[in-house]
Design a protein around this ligand. Structure first.
Ligand code: OGA
Ligand code: NI
Length: 373
């Protein structure tokens, strides 16, 4: 989470989208209007000249994984095996899945949503007591903005480093709503266990020892980001969140109850909407797992779009290895003839720094690790 020197960054004026929406509901400042090739409802995008369409079709729904089946190997081996296979396909073919029966208490799932919503509904001056300084990624504001001419996302963010303790900036933990910090703590503890359980199962799907990732990661780095997308009078012109892959190993995303559909993932050449499933959490593979698996499991590009009348809240947890861990394709994932090594070795802290000091631009940040022949 190391910032780039602030003196080098001139982001220009960044409108707070909630305030903008309140004051001038139909105004879309130029900085939010995407170039024609990036607009969300376009039938084609520059990268995929004729085929980039948005699909809302049922048959394109991301897989649903039942964690309770993954946790019960001794009781029902048949259903465990079937679920492991499903997980393997989800990681390989989608890079995204939704997890049900994840074991996180409904009261916590609802609680985090409630405090997040309450926080975003506070007066601007109060939220600005926790400012996200340009070039950093913690606090309230817009992350990943590094220049005056960069297009802005139709989104307000509030982000906190959670674990290990030394990444926390206590000044940024809100006192209001009163339950905010405690709820983030409790929720994060549970999500951390979920990540570790999923990493165990993912290791198994790769034919690795169950504890491979968790042992390697040490005390994993965990951060939380709450994204609030106000309605937008011209959802066809803006993006809620620019296309990107996550720098994490795993990401856990909770879509607010009653929120509009907004998360889209790039499946081959098509943007597919992730339909919210009640009480399910959306999981995706981050760049770190892509490297560790030598590209067998890919971090998939995704973005958020906005809605004309409805707002949307998402609560996102990023789980990654400890900063000092060296990352590179696991030897078991490399075969010089059929599956040559395509990523170099690097220190995860360096990658993390590179990620947070680059603008969100598809999977470009991962070039850092690619071996280009
Ligand atoms: C993210 C992200 C998508 C969403 O925060 O990394 O991809 O739907 N969010 O908010
Ligand atoms: Ni993301």
């Amino acid at each position: 989470m190391s910032p780039v020197p602030i003196s080098q960054i001139n982001t220009g004026h960044i409108d707070d989208v909630q305030e903008l929406r309140k004051a001038k509901p139909t105004l879309i400042p130029e900085r939010f209007v995407r170039d024609a090739t990036e607009r969300p409802t376009l039938q084609s995008a520059n990268r995929f000249p004729t085929t980039c369409v948005v699909l809302d079709h049922d048959s394109y729904d991301v897989p649903i994984i039942d964690l309770s089946k993954l946790m019960k190997v001794d009781e029902d081996e048949g259903s465990w095996r079937a679920e492991i296979l499903k997980l393997k396909r989800a990681c390989q073919d989608w890079g995204f899945f939704q997890v049900v029966n994840h074991g996180i208490d409904l009261s916590l799932v609802e609680g985090i949503e409630e405090v997040a919503k309450e926080f975003f509904m506070l007066p601007l001056e109060e939220k600005q007591r926790y400012p996200m300084v340009a070039g950093t990624v913690q606090g309230y504001g817009q992350a990943f903005v590094f220049s005056e001419d960069q297009k802005l996302d139709w989104c307000n963010m509030f982000a906190l480093g959670v674990e290990p303790q030394f990444i926390r900036n206590p000044k940024l933990w809100p006192k209001n709503p009163p339950k905010f910090s405690g709820t983030v703590e409790d929720y994060s503890r549970e999500v951390r266990k979920l990540c570790q359980n999923l990493l165990n199962s993912i290791a198994i799907t790769l034919g690795l020892k169950e504890g491979t990732f968790n042992e390697m990661f040490g005390v994993g780095v965990q951060a939380i980001r709450m994204n609030y997308y106000p309605p937008c009078s011209r959802p066809d012109l803006v993006l809620g969140l620019s296309p990107h892959s996550d720098g994490s190993a795993l990401t856990v995303l909770q879509q607010g109850k009653g929120s509009s559909v907004g998360l889209q993932i790039l499946k081959e050449t098509k943007w597919v909407s992730v339909q919210p499933v009640p009480n399910a959490l959306v999981i995706n593979i981050g760049d770190t797992l892509e490297v560790l698996t030598n590209g067998k499991y890919k971090s998939v590009e995704h973005r958020a779009v906005t809605h004309k009348e409805k707002d949307r809240l998402s609560i996102v947890t990023f789980y990654a290895p400890s900063y000092e861990v060296e990352i590179g394709p696991l030897p078991e994932m490399v075969d010089e003839i059929n599956n040559p090594c395509t990523y170099r070795r690097y220190n995860h802290g360096e990658y993390s720094k590179h990620y947070v000091t680059s603008k969100l631009q598809g999977k470009k940040t991962l070039d850092f690790a690619k071996i280009i022949n």
